[in-house]
Design a binder for this molecule. Structure first.
Ligand SMILES: [Zn+2]
Length: 127
């Protein structure tokens, strides 16, 4: 059986990234919860739009769509960060999922959830 690729980072470095990810996850979770609460409020407001003029109703729909896209976006980021967290625990964090090269630390500091190196990311986006 092939051995799982090992991260190029040392245990203290992995711990540092773990902390970064945990902090970011906590923030995103808060934002996600807030978006869900806002959506819930908007949902309730919608029930008494009977007297609203069409412009108001349109605004509420727009607001709802905005909150919905915030919630979806946060959920997506949370999922990505959770995946990165697992990779830290497995010791494969920081390796490009596509080519297996080590992702530079500067990139991971800016995007702790990055799972692709810059080259592979660029290639993926061109597709
Ligand atoms: Zn790569």
């Amino acid at each position: 059986m092939a051995k799982a690729p090992k991260s190029a980072f040392t245990a203290p470095e992995l711990r540092e990234f773990g902390k970064l990810i945990d902090a970011e996850l906590a923030d995103l979770q808060r934002e996600y919860d807030a978006a869900l609460i806002a959506l819930d409020d908007l949902q309730h407001n919608r029930l008494d739009t009977a007297g609203d003029d069409p412009a108001d109703a349109g605004n509420k729909t727009f607001e709802r769509e905005q909150e919905m896209s915030i919630a979806n976006n946060r959920l997506h980021l949370i999922t990505q960060l959770q995946r990165a967290r697992v990779r830290i625990d497995e010791g494969s964090y920081g390796l490009c999922e596509n080519c297996g090269k080590t992702i530079p630390k500067t990139r991971l500091r800016a995007f702790p959830s990055a799972t692709l190196c810059v080259d592979c990311k660029a290639r993926e986006e061109r597709r």
